[in-house]
Design a protein around this ligand. Structure first.
Ligand code: ACO
Length: 325
């Protein structure tokens, strides 16, 4: 049976680094506070010529190169993002033009920080239906454009970047095994970002403040840990897989304390968890594919290994996915 397998991975980060020391000069904070509460030491911030779609295209080119495919062989491009540089056309349309993937149809998907898992899950369904499809699944964000740089509660947390993989159908025994996705729209007010202000006065949202990202950190923290733990536990159970059988866990990189709590509750040892939140901060939908690409290029995943992904984000949205490499 043909399953969706990853033929290649890629990532692309903006050049400019913004360290905790830099942030100390911008808001009332300290390297010690940021590092101890979040694990973040530095993050990348997009500059001129590094719009979201250009980061996405950079990651896509690297994934294509590893897959040994030309852009013209791609059938579909899905970009998981909540920070496209334009509302229309989608980021995916710009990527299609930028890399020259003429035969691909392309669109964006927004499930906040869980976006990459939602996009992979959807791409998997296309491949199961048509195994010959080559799909570029990209997670790309420029959250720096939507952060209030005067708000120390949020501006220390986020970073920019992109990651991608090429997915296609193969029957070599590996591939996506199962996934589980969830949404609870009732909890949206704990983590949100307004759209650009409505030009229809009747539709202006109360509290709209330039579309900055907003959150109630402690509630998000608690819900995120519990939701990801429950999702992973249920996914492993229904596939008859024990935690000790996991080769590598790649969680969404929001905060080291969320990751540590999750590891503790699931009983996954540190050496089996890929962590890079210290280098890039929370890159939302880009965090899982950037981590996957780094782990892959470092040789941390071998053919036959079980890879476990889990994510949590605004919506709330969350879920997990199991893949055999
Ligand atoms: N530097 C110094 N002090 C700060 C900073 C800062 N950057 N930010 C907040 N503080 C202060 C607060 O003002 C508060 O001061 P007060 O007690 O005088 O009022 C104090 O630190 C404690 O604030 P809390 O918000 O209670 O701090 P907490 O320990 O909860 O840590 C944090 C905040 C890191 C945001 C935490 O709640 C968290 O990790 N939440 C998870 C949210 C998250 O990761 N969101 C990302 C998006 S969602 C996702 O991707 C899963």
């Amino acid at each position: 049976m043909k399953r969706s397998v990853v033929l290649g991975t890629g990532s692309f980060l903006p050049r400019r680094e913004l360290t905790n020391a830099d942030l100390e000069r911008m808001v009332d904070t300290s390297d010690e506070w940021i590092a101890s509460r979040t694990g973040i030491r530095t993050r990348r911030i997009a500059g001129k010529g590094e719009e979201n779609y250009r980061l996405a295209a950079g990651a896509a080119r690297r994934a294509l190169e590893m897959a040994g495919l030309e852009a013209g062989e791609i059938d579909l491009i899905v970009v998981a993002t909540m920070t496209p540089h334009m509302t229309m056309p989608s980021c995916a349309c710009f990527v299609q033009a930028e890399i020259g993937a003429q035969r691909a149809f392309a669109y964006d998907l927004n499930a906040a920080c869980s976006g990459y898992l939602f996009a992979l899950d959807m791409a998997d369904k296309y491949v199961l239906n048509k195994p010959d499809m080559n799909i570029l699944v990209i997670g790309s964000e420029t959250l720096s454009a939507r952060v209030n740089w005067q708000d120390r509660n949020t501006c220390i947390l986020f970073g920019d970047g992109a990651g991608a993989c090429v997915l296609s159908g193969r029957d070599h025994g590996g591939g996506i095994i199962d996934s589980q996705l969830f949404t609870d729209g009732n909890l949206w007010e704990l983590l949100y970002m307004h759209s650009p202000k409505s030009l229809n006065p009747d539709l202006v949202q109360p509290g709209d403040d330039h579309g900055y990202i907003r959150m109630t950190g402690r509630d998000v923290f608690k819900f995120a840990v519990r939701a990801m733990e429950e999702s992973v536990t249920a996914l492993l159970q229904r596939n008859g897989i024990a935690t000790k059988d996991i080769g590598l866990m790649i969680p969404h990189q929001a905060n080291i304390r969320i990751i540590h709590k999750l590891m503790e509750r699931l009983g996954v040892p540190e050496e089996k968890v890929y962590i890079n939140v210290n280098k890039y901060g929370n890159t939302s939908a880009a965090s899982i594919p950037i981590a996957l690409d780094e782990a892959n290029r470092q040789g941390l995943i071998r053919r036959g290994d079980l890879v476990l992904f889990c994510a949590f984000g605004g919506g709330f949205t969350w879920g997990s996915m199991l893949m055999c490499w």
